[in-house]
Design a protein around this ligand. Structure first.
Ligand SMILES: [Zn+2]
Length: 322
């Protein structure tokens, strides 16, 4: 397989960030409820179009944001799809506790997301990403059963996992109840390169007829390499991290809609105080992303996740892990 890179974005709304911090939706400013779904797709589209002769991207949408064809978020997504980008399924309601629900409810969240995307853009999604990077056997089975050809939820980032465990613990001590949940520690030993998952354990290799495309982490340290860090860590740190990461034959750069936004986009006053990346001006984050996209485009062939899954299926798998 050639060296492929995929740039993709999860369109998690500001209300989901508030929920992670145990805050109610009422902390958001005017227009905040659908700000990410309305604004982030167009901004990323513009950014991708400006690199070289234009790069393709994958946009993971949340079904409930597309409640009607007339919803501004649905129209933003149609524009994205019409520009040749891929639209993926990020479930119907982005429930962080999805893997803890009964199987029928899991299937309905996955199917509901796929149907909402299909109704909004006219094409059924082939890609799935779980809320909060948390997979289970039942959730992966639901993605397969509802027609997805790849999943991109595995995030075997050791420092991220430890930090999340510490933060959730501290929030409990402080009496704040986050909606986020901690994944099973098994994820820490999941493959970091694309793989076909096992029927009984989504974080192990097997023979399920679906590809798992893990979110990229640095080799050895498994330090996460995601949009939020690229946009907010000091430049030299991002540079050093990218030099590590580009040794991987497959790069899966995951962004979030908020990486292209800031507090002035309806976040209100309280949320940016705890979700610090919202306090960084959008223009600055977008410039950082632009610089990285140019480097990626020089080092890799950039394709959508659907295209990467298609080529993996044809070639039988990625080259050996570093
Ligand atoms: Zn999400």
């Amino acid at each position: 397989m050639e060296r492929l890179a995929c740039i993709n974005v999860d369109l998690d709304g500001l209300g989901h960030y508030a929920a992670i911090h145990g805050l109610p939706d009422s902390v958001l400013g005017p227009g905040g409820a659908d700000a990410v779904a309305r604004l982030a797709p167009g901004r990323l589209c513009e950014l991708l179009a400006g690199v070289g002769s234009g790069l393709p991207g994958t946009f993971f949408a949340i079904g409930e944001d597309l409640a009607s064809r007339e919803a501004p978020a649905a129209s933003a997504l149609r524009t994205v799809a019409a520009s040749g980008h891929e639209i993926g399924n990020h479930t119907l309601r982005h429930r962080y506790d999805l893997v803890r629900l009964p199987e029928a409810a899991i299937v309905s969240e996955v199917r509901g997301g796929a149907e909402a995307v299909a109704a909004a853009v006219g094409v059924r999604p082939v890609g799935f990403r779980a809320p909060g990077y948390t997979l289970s056997r039942a959730l992966l089975a639901a993605a397969l059963e509802t027609g997805h050809r790849y999943d991109s939820s595995t995030y075997p980032a050791v420092p991220y996992y430890l930090a999340k465990a510490a933060i959730l613990g501290a929030q409990r001590v402080a009496g704040r109840r986050s909606r986020a949940i901690l994944d099973r520690p098994r994820v820490l030993v999941a493959p970091a390169e694309p793989y076909r998952p096992s029927r009984s354990e989504p974080y192990a290799r097997g023979d399920l007829p679906i590809w798992e495309l893990p979110v990229t982490t640095a080799p050895w340290t498994r330090f996460p390499f995601i949009g939020t860090f690229v946009a907010t860590l000091p430049g030299p740190a991002v540079d050093a991290l990218y030099r590590q990461v580009r040794r991987r034959p497959f790069l899966n750069l995951e962004l979030h809609g908020v990486d292209l936004m800031d507090a002035s986009d309806g976040a209100g006053e309280r949320l940016p105080r705890v979700q610090r990346d919202l306090a960084v001006p959008a223009s600055r984050k977008i410039e950082r992303l632009r610089a990285l996209f140019s480097r990626i485009a020089a080092d890799y062939e950039v394709v959508t996740l659907a295209e990467a899954a298609e080529r993996l299926a044809r070639s039988g798998g990625p080259p050996s892990v570093l």
